[in-house]
Design a binder for this molecule. Structure first.
Ligand code: PMP
Length: 352
């Protein structure tokens, strides 16, 4: 701790991201990355960025990328905000749209970065317990006073999705409350709320290229919502950082949307691997929550999750286990390639 730190910095507990091992040969199933590489078209587009164009600053508005996203998702470019990964997009949501006089509501359990941002941006929060079945019950949010609501759909780390009709009912029941739906994993089997942005000005949908588009290393995310919400975020962004996306990232991101066949193929491969892995885990005695994401959340009544994770680590496989009191017996396993998933099951067969 330095004498030069501000009082805020003294109170912060930095977020610890999942392990990113430096050694190769490990099977990395701990941070929900895609096991398949990005489309060759993405790599070609990034290689095609010229030295001369890199000499110049990028388009401060990322208009080409916004147009590509708008056409694909059937919204207007002015209804889109882009940023360096959805964590950065969320930072702009917190700065521009969240209230300081009423708490933000989110599920207990959910993406652990939300409370970190609350602390950083001075936003109060309340956690709303999941049901016994580990589901989000939107009814539990309706009667509570709050400044805004945020949840992932499907939720993380459970993988359980909410139907669109439930989200729509929440938007109708709380027309004066901003509802942020974090769709980091929606492509793997959830229903997107993006079309609802055309009818509900209190909805903001946040997306990332890090999971279904295999581009966690590129840092691209975006939000879709009513123009007024986007204008608020742009106003903050333009007050200190008017170049959200670099030219290489823009080229790669646009190309990703131009190779739909590759996108659909990798999605369906991940989904197939998830279903096979779920069945194999169940055969080993695990109970596995019904996941619509690219990870599964599994627990075994006879074996501690911590010990299983340690046993897997000894066998060069990295997964996550949780210390949170409600879920400390759960493993969260990101879905790998078919070969990686088979090795995982082989290792767990030895350990159980
Ligand atoms: N939301 C959720 C629910 C996530 O799990 C993650 C990644 N772990 C993110 C947002 C952030 O993803 P990124 O910043 O890579 O877009």
């Amino acid at each position: 701790m330095s004498q030069f730190w501000s009082p805020l910095v003294r109170t912060l507990t930095p977020y610890v991201p999942g392990e990113q091992p430096k050694v190769s040969g490990l099977i990395k199933l701990n941070t929900n990355e895609n096991p398949y590489p990005p489309s060759p078209a993405v790599m070609a587009a990034m290689h095609a960025v010229t030295a001369d164009s890199l000499r110049l600053y990028p388009d401060p508005d990322s208009s080409q990328l916004k147009q590509t996203l708008a056409a694909y998702h059937k919204v207007k470019p002015e209804e889109i905000f882009v940023g360096n990964g959805s964590d950065e997009v969320l930072a702009f949501v917190f700065m521009a749209l969240l209230k300081h006089d009423a708490p933000l509501l989110f599920p207990d359990i959910t993406y652990s970065f939300y409370p970190v941002y609350c602390k950083l941006y001075g936003i109060d929060y309340d956690e709303v317990a999941l049901t016994q079945q580990m589901e989000i019950s939107t009814a539990d949010y309706i009667d509570r006073d709050c400044g805004a609501i945020i949840f992932p759909n499907p939720n993380a780390p459970t993988g359980i999705p909410l139907p669109l009709s439930t989200i729509e009912n929440l938007l109708i029941a709380k027309p004066n409350t901003l509802v942020v739906v974090d769709e980091a994993y929606v492509d793997f089997g959830g229903e997107t709320a993006m079309p609802l942005t055309q009818r509900y000005p209190n909805l903001l949908v946040v997306r990332t290229f890090s999971k279904s588009r295999s581009l966690a290393g590129l840092r691209v995310g975006f939000a879709v919502g009513h123009k007024d919400l986007i204008d608020g975020m742009e106003r903050v962004k333009n007050s200190f950082n008017s170049y959200p996306m670099d030219r290489v990232a823009v080229a790669g991101a646009i190309a990703s949307y131009q190779d739909e066949a590759y996108f659909q193929k990798t999605l369906s491969d991940v989904i197939t691997n998830r279903e096979q892995t779920t069945q194999a885990l169940q055969k080993l005695g695990f109970s596995v929550l019904p996941s619509s994401a690219n990870f599964v959340f599994a627990t075994h009544s006879a074996f501690s999750a911590e010990q299983l994770a340690a046993g897997l680590r000894e066998r060069a496989i990295i997964v996550r286990h949780f210390k949170h009191p409600r879920i400390n017996q759960y493993l969260r396993i990101s879905i790998g390639t078919q070969e990686e998933c088979s090795k995982l099951i082989e290792a767990l067969t030895q350990l159980t």
